[in-house]
Design a protein around this ligand. Structure first.
Ligand code: CAA
Length: 369
């Protein structure tokens, strides 16, 4: 039922206008509001905090369906669910859950996760943003880069260095509100893909963050970021799976209709074999993504499975979307047929929430441990 609801939403609400939103870099504000009303922005949050009380498997089914049509909208769902709501529910205080989690889980407000910096993307322990303990508050200074929901968000989870000598143990995570003095949002990035999503740099200049907005014990910030990203990687793997599956479905339908040399192109082995490879790799990616979500639901470790799912599904998304454009031929190169957008969107799944290279680091460390 959840899968069907997401599928219907994608077809009825996301598909109309997806090309224009991509072209004009327009954030899907109306659609995100409706996603909140459907309970898709706080899917795994308990009902006590205004969430839907569902599991990770339901969440990846929704991510897959939305991403088949509009990856710019699905990244909003992914960040709000995995990186913001999950982090707050798992590690936030009761005060933080009441004040910040509730409106985020209901979709009344949108959240952002702020780890990356001009000099610290993959190397996440090298945070340059500082948070100096001033007694009742922390004084936050620094810049964050490529922040999804950068301008749309109201609530930002910001990772910063409190004690450089302690390296990763001196890092903390803070809840920062839009409107706090000294906090400014930089210009929107002009991106290759997921152009409907809202990506900005953020500047913090002597922002006073109340002490009660620190998440967890002093020095918990790096573990917080890693734990939160582990779940996020399953969501992005599901996004990659959805982009691949969406492009494949379009290519399959097109290849049955389009005729060349007197028959449907699907009947030429050159195309039929491409479809066979696409279908097989998508199914393998799907199994990895569902397994990672299932492990999470079982309360088992999903570090390895999540990174395997992300590295594989994002490669499948690239490969399949390139082939989907190829099958469409000249039509694939123009915007009306959607697959060129999917090919551009697919690339980010190999970059954000840990590049392919970072996933391989995580996987190799796990298997060599
Ligand atoms: N869970 C808990 N703790 C973890 C952990 C995990 N998954 N991974 C590492 N740690 C702990 C380690 O145990 C270690 O602690 P101790 O020394 O106390 O044992 C500490 O963290 C440091 O670990 P490492 O020595 O392994 O750290 P490292 O610097 O070598 O590398 C890394 C770690 C895996 C490369 C990490 O930095 C990483 O994941 N980087 C990528 C960050 C990332 O995903 N960025 C994406 C930005 S967010 C985004 O894209 C959001 C968006 O807008 C869509």
């Amino acid at each position: 039922m959840i899968q069907q609801a997401a599928r219907d939403f994608a077809q009825n609400e996301l598909k109309p206008g997806v090309i224009e939103r991509d072209e004009h870099q327009k954030f899907p504000a109306e659609q995100v509001k409706k996603l909140g009303e459907l309970g898709f922005l706080g899917m795994m949050v308990s009902e006590k905090y205004n969430g839907s009380g569902l599991d990770a498997l339901s969440y990846v089914l929704v991510m897959e369906e939305l991403s088949k049509v509009d990856a710019s909208a699905s990244v909003v769902v992914s960040v709000n669910n995995s990186l913001v709501c999950y982090g707050l529910e798992s590690y936030g205080s009761e005060f933080q859950k009441e004040k910040y989690l509730k409106p985020l889980a209901s979709g009344e407000k949108i959240g952002a996760f702020c780890l990356s910096e001009p000099e610290a993307g993959s190397d996440a322990t090298s945070q340059q943003t500082t948070a100096v303990d001033m007694g009742d508050y922390y004084l936050l200074n620094g810049t964050k880069n490529w922040i999804t929901n950068g301008n749309t968000a109201s609530t930002y989870l910001v990772i910063a260095q409190t004690d450089r000598a302690l390296k990763h143990k001196g890092i903390n995570a803070f809840i920062v509100e839009k409107g706090m003095e000294g906090f400014t949002v930089g210009p929107k990035e002009n991106k290759m893909g997921i152009r409907g999503s809202d990506t900005h740099s953020l500047m913090f200049n002597d922002v006073k963050v109340p002490k009660e907005n620190r998440i967890g014990e002093n020095g918990f910030g790096f573990t917080f970021a890693m734990k939160t990203l582990e779940g996020g990687r399953i969501g992005i793997a599901a996004q990659a799976l959805g982009i691949a599956a969406g492009a494949y479905e379009l290519a399959l339908a097109y290849s049955k209709e389009r005729k060349s040399f007197g028959k449907a192109i699907a009947e030429h082995q050159a195309i039929a074999f491409k479809l066979a490879d696409m279908a097989t790799s998508i199914e393998a990616a799907r199994m990895l993504v569902y397994k990672a979500a299932w492990l999470k639901d079982q309360g088992q470790s999903y570090t390895l499975a999540g990174s395997m799912a992300k590295v594989y599904a994002s490669k499948v998304a690239m490969d399949v979307t390139v082939e989907a454009v190829q099958i469409h031929g000249g039509y694939g190169f123009v915007k009306e047929y959607h697959v060129e957008r999917m090919m551009r969107d697919a690339k980010i799944t190999q970059i954000y929430e840990g590049t392919t290279e970072i996933q391989k680091m995580v996987i190799s460390r796990e298997i060599l441990r």
